[in-house]
Write a protein that binds this ligand. Structure first.
Ligand code: TXA
Ligand code: MG
Length: 326
């Protein structure tokens, strides 16, 4: 029997009984549990096979709840929360003592956001505790953007996926930390850097990966989940600025290509996914993970992905594609 259901009351009951429930958000599906339940939080880490040092994001119903979670809110954090919540920005702030160490990997900061999804906002409003929710995928694999992706990962190990349809943004939230009250991007994501800079001015990006950095995996990045190899399909994946040239390097192999907007006619290509025929970066981001999930089912030898334009969500897409290459 399927574990996918639209029944919010059932999700409330299971979460209140300290079980783990997968929930929809605008970015990706999350594997959620009561932040105050040690049993639920341990089950999240176990289900994902995620190391305990890698902290979780706390999901709250509105900006008003923020002060119950964090000790102190810098001015620019307030501006960002007001501008983007509900929405795909996560703020890393000094935690209150009430937040368990298990959530934060022992750090004195906590990551928090208000997700922009009507089903999950209703759920959060009805619960009397916030939800910790990492992306609902096994450690290092592709994040899920549909209830079906989650079911195929975890069908025997969780009781329910709350169905909220396909995620509209499709890549994870942008994570912003603060050093001396100044914002710094720890993870590129669904909110474009240009939109963030329009609110708080020029902002530095830490832990973004470039080709050269990728060789040496960072041991302790600021957002500990940001290891160089992450978000990876099972199929070998390469990223290129020149699809045709790269195809010619793999002539005897079963090739799948993942491209932005143009159609490549080449008899060597077995499967091709175009992410946005109109060249729209938002659309491309929303379809990225589903495309990687699909390409993984074709028994290909190699996925050749096209490098995206280096602005707006193109930057975030490139970040994920680079992490997907092995
Ligand atoms: O869009 C999203 O953010 C999704 C949905 C479900 O909300 N969640 C998500 O969670 O992507 P997860 O666990 O896959 O990624 C959370 C990231 C990790 O890289 C983690 O290291 C970082 O947030 N993080 C959490 N708490 C942190 C903290 N106190 N300081 C720095 N980084 C933190
Ligand atoms: Mg994740």
């Amino acid at each position: 029997m399927s574990i996918i259901s639209k029944d919010i009351s059932k999700a409330i009951q299971l979460l209140t009984e300290e079980h783990v429930v997968a929930i929809p958000t605008e970015t990706v599906y999350g594997l959620a549990g009561n932040i105050y339940s040690e049993k639920a939080i341990k089950a999240i880490f176990e289900t994902k096979k995620r190391p305990f040092f890698n902290p979780l994001i706390v999901h709250i119903p509105s900006i008003d709840t923020l002060s119950t979670i964090v000790e102190y809110i810098p001015e620019k954090a307030k501006l960002l929360a007001k501008a983007f919540w509900p929405g795909p920005i996560t703020l890393v702030l000094k935690k209150k003592a009430i937040i368990p160490d298990l959530i934060t990997g022992g750090k004195d900061t906590v990551a928090v956001r208000v997700p922009n999804h009507s089903t999950t906002l209703e759920l959060l409003r009805k619960l009397d505790f916030p939800l910790a929710a990492p992306s609902a995928n096994p450690f290092s694999s592709i994040s899920p953007t549909t209830a079906q992706h989650v079911e195929s990962y975890f069908k025997d190990t969780i009781k329910m996926v709350l169905d909220g349809g396909a995620c509209t943004s499709g890549i994870e939230s942008t994570i912003i930390g603060f050093e001396n009250d100044e914002p710094i991007i720890y993870r590129l994501g669904s909110t474009a850097i240009e939109a963030i800079e329009a609110v708080v001015g020029k902002i530095e990006i830490k832990n973004s990966i470039t080709e050269s950095q990728k060789v040496e995996t960072q041991e302790t990045p600021d957002a500990p989940g940001m290891l160089a190899r992450h978000y990876a399909p099972k199929t070998k994946t390469v990223l290129t600025e020149n699809i045709t040239e790269t195809i010619n390097l793999y002539t005897n192999q079963r090739i799948g290509i993942l491209v932005f907007n143009s159609d490549f006619e080449n008899p060597l290509i077995e499967t091709q996914i175009i992410l946005s025929k109109n060249g729209n970066l938002e659309e491309a981001a929303s379809k990225l993970y589903d495309a990687l999930h699909q390409l993984d089912t074709f028994d290909l030898d190699i996925i050749i992905a096209e490098k995206f334009p280096d602005y707006g969500l193109g930057k975030s897409i490139n970040d994920r594609l680079l992490r997907a290459t092995k």
